[in-house]
Ligand binder design. Sequence first.
Ligand SMILES: [Zn+2]
Length: 418
Amino acid sequence: MTDIQVLKGHIIYTKEKDAFEVHENSYIVIKEGTVRGIHDTLPEVYRYVPVMDYGNALIIPSFIDLHIHAPQYMQMGVGLNLGLIDWLNQYTFKNEAKFEDVAYAKKVYPRFVDALYQNGTLRSCIFATIHKESTRELVKALENKRLSAYVGKVNMNQNAPDELLETTEESIRETMGFIEAIGDSEYVKPIITPRFAPSCTSDLMHQLGQLSHDRSIPIQTHLAETKREIDWVMSLFPDSKNYSHVYKDHQLYGDQKSLMAHTIYLSEDELEMAKNDNIFLVHCPNSNLNLTSGIMPVTTCIDKGLQVGMGSDVGAGHKIGMHHTITSAIQCSKMRHVLNPEERILKESEAFYLATKMNGRFFGKVGSFEEGYLFDALIVKDPDDLIEELTPLERLQRFLYCGGPDSIIGRYLEGCSI
Ligand SMILES: [Zn+2]
């Protein structure tokens, strides 16, 4: 039974969004990286398997981030007095232009990846920059740390400084080159990444949509983050019915798995479209607050049956750890509730579910400890012994609101300790 592992501790996860499953002092059995069951006493059949006993520590699913910008790791917390478009022009584009220098990428990306690892984000969907070679350095850094990710070489051929603009032909050629270059990566897959509609001409978006379709590659981009951006998009693409349709009209919406970040200001028609086309809406609460974009109506979207995930959106989000995103999403929903009591507050279990099981859907059977799920997990133990006075669920709450890398004492990806 060498391919079987048994871990013991306080096991907590969310099978459904409305409640935590809590198994105190229990055993989780893993076979070939996949969860086989949770038991309060270890079945006789596993008698000879050595138990990895984590004592009073919590065993929880590891975090997944569905929207993060690796180069912006260098500008977290900087320039957040500005709104989206000014923040892009005054800070972000200048910062991203530096990644033309591969040596710079080699310095920055391993630190970014280490920050993901330290904070327990073991899978993520990442925007890089337009630069293929630097983006390959990001892939190497993820592989070295054995973190799972979708990585996108960003596409931009209009409305940015010259040093961040590609021709349409370059943009497609370099994207195909990147896809080929990482084809055999064990941990990283490509994702088509038009930055957002204003950065791409219709011709470029058509070709990216075709590429996504032909190669069955998923898509990530931004949608309806600010009102100023929406007005701009509709002036650039007057033939499309709404912002969502700009992507749909270019096969960049729902044809393959699609991640749409922010989606704060979707019309009723667009919400219906997102539901019908099985789009992942990605809520990025810290970024919503920092850039004064507004706050996504997250519980309204969930209650309409939409697929809602979560992202840190570093660097418009100022914290890389998904536990910060979870608590910020709850806080944001409370503020929306105060302003509009008809909108309900996001429950803690729901926010945790979004960052684990719901985000995990993008990667397959990931983010839960139900039988058949890949065993991706964090071992959480607060450095302060006195916290053991609290129940396991209270300790999870404390970790989500007040914890950080110091509290994470173990990480597992598909059953392997990493
Ligand atoms: Zn973003």
